[in-house]
Ligand binder design. Structure first.
Ligand code: HEC
Ligand code: HEC
Length: 436
């Protein structure tokens, strides 16, 4: 990612320095914006390669493209259709629906903070936002365009775009610039400023007792921080790695499926992998489709938990409706399969502890979605008695053989914020007025 962008940057500098016909004058990189609490300046800098700074003109063009249904083959679907800003940049559906009402195999993740992902998609098959943006437009069940050339020809024919591309990039519409503009817009969609951030930056009253206990359980008995750790430099609640946590395990014979895939998948053929991932039974192989490594079978990227409350349904296949379902899944140690991550164990959490952990997750929502967060909390609580993932016998180790260690009842439930688990010691940057 950095190599590619630094090459592009070097070329841009050479062109603008050496040739008077360079349309775009060399320009000092835009300064980083004032970032809200919970968004790491270090990560922001790493995630905006030189030359990819989101300038206002580029962002405006990117936003227009993001929302324009005419980018799809039949003018019916835009990026926004599946990544609606009003819904936390998701669609609220279990699995995404593209042109001609075609339903894919995967859940639409949020675009909020996607700029910080080490790799894009549930299986990491795209390295950058630019690479990512090029795929849905061409995927037959998403936006359905036959080729990059077809997209470029269509966009050149739409009023306004040719002039705007010329102004922003100094050349006619082309597919790379189109993706770059969309990526620039996405690089303005960072998100922090949650109640959790206020708490971690010193406002002790920002969380109630149950939510604080949830945070302690998250780092203690619940072991969530093993994969969803957050710290001051990487405050995303994701290790950016891939794990098999047994989501689709009960639906598949992974071994058989992986064997079949070995003969089909062409390593590095991004378009083929994109299509297999979204519309074939091989979808459930996850990261394996990208690497063909056995230990990647059924593994998916650890998603960010920021804004998790408003971006359900959950998991790569949208198979879990509420955060209580998610907790039930983890509490029984996931679903056994030959490739289950070693980090998955029975947790033995009690119902009040599950409630606290869920309450904690509702504090990770950006303040701009406060209203939706409250609505969603009520909606999910209303479904608390519908618990398809719940299995008390499995939780208590009375059934199933996960080959694991029983949950450790002694794991201290202390407030890790006080122990400095979020940067050491816990930073106090905005002491709350209430504390004075
Ligand atoms: C038909 C619905 C649909 C459309 C249209 C669509 N997406 Fe997505 N998007 C998805 C789904 C589903 C995934 C996850 C697919 C996967 O991981 O295999 C995804 C993944 C992503 C990701 C990766 C996020 C992450 O956390 O890994 C980004 C960024 C993204 N889309 C941006 C876009 C942009 C930009 C466009 C328009 C050019 C677009 N999407 C069009 C459904 C859609
Ligand atoms: C072994 C690593 C690991 C551990 C431990 C873990 N997670 Fe996850 N988490 C993941 C991965 C990987 C996914 C995506 C899996 C998939 O879709 O197949 C995920 C998905 C989720 C999701 C759904 C996210 C979304 O956008 O749909 C939530 C919520 C979640 N985890 C919360 C938790 C909580 C709470 C804990 C502790 C009780 C926990 N996780 C422990 C790795 C882990």
């Amino acid at each position: 990612m950095h190599l590619k962008s630094s090459v592009a940057w070097t070329v841009a500098v050479l062109v603008s320095a050496g040739a008077s016909f360079a349309a775009e004058p060399a320009r000092a990189p835009a300064p980083p914006p004032k970032l809200p609490p919970g968004v790491s300046a270090v990560l922001w800098k790493l995630s905006v390669p030189p030359g990819a700074e989101p300038t206002p003109e580029k962002v405006a063009l990117g936003e227009k493209l993001f929302k324009d249904k005419r980018l799809s083959a039949d003018d019916s679907v835009s990026c926004e259709t599946c990544h609606d800003p009003a819904k936390g940049f998701t669609d609220g559906k279990d699995r995404a629906v593209g042109i001609k009402d075609q339903k894919g195999t995967r859940n639409s993740p949020t675009v909020l903070n996607a700029m910080f992902n080490a790799a894009q998609f549930w299986d990491g098959r795209a390295a950058t936002l630019e690479d990512q943006a090029k795929l849905p437009i061409l995927n037959p069940i998403e936006m359905g365009q036959p080729s990059p050339e077809a997209v470029v020809t269509k966009v050149r024919g739409l009023p306004g775009y040719s002039d705007e591309f010329q102004k922003v990039f100094g050349r006619p519409v082309n597919y790379d610039d189109l993706a770059a503009a969309i990526a620039a817009f996405e690089r303005t969609q960072y998100s922090g400023n949650s109640r959790f951030d206020r708490f971690i930056f010193g406002d002790d009253k920002a969380l109630n007792a149950s939510e604080k206990n949830g945070w302690a359980l998250f780092n203690g008995k619940g072991r969530c921080n093993e994969c969803h750790a957050a710290n001051i430099v990487s405050p995303l609640f994701s290790d950016q790695k891939f794990h098999n946590i047994g989501i689709a395990a009960h639906k598949q014979d992974f071994v058989q499926l992986a064997r079949e895939a070995l003969g089909t998948v062409r390593l590095g053929d991004q378009k083929q992998i994109d299509e297999l991932a979204l519309q074939s039974k091989f979808s459930e192989l996850g990261r394996f489709l990208v690497t063909k490594q056995e230990n990647d079978v059924g593994s998916f990227k650890t998603p960010t938990l920021r804004n998790i409350a408003i971006t359900g349904p959950y998991m790569h296949d949208g198979s879990m409706v509420t955060l209580w379902d998610v907790m039930d899944h983890y509490n029984k140690g996931g679903v056994s399969n030959p490739f289950l991550d070693g980090g998955m164990q029975r947790l033995g959490l009690t119902e009040p502890e599950i409630d606290d952990l869920v309450a904690f997750m509702f504090t990770l929502t950006d303040a701009r979605f406060d209203k939706l967060n409250v609505q969603e909390q009520a909606r999910q609580r209303g479904r608390k008695n519908t618990r398809p993932e719940r299995d008390n016998d499995a939780v208590q180790g009375k059934k199933g053989n996960l080959g694991d260690i029983a949950p450790n009842p002694d794991l201290a439930v202390k407030n890790p914020a006080e122990l400095g688990a979020y940067g050491s010691p816990a930073p106090v940057m905005n002491p709350s007025p209430a504390k004075k």
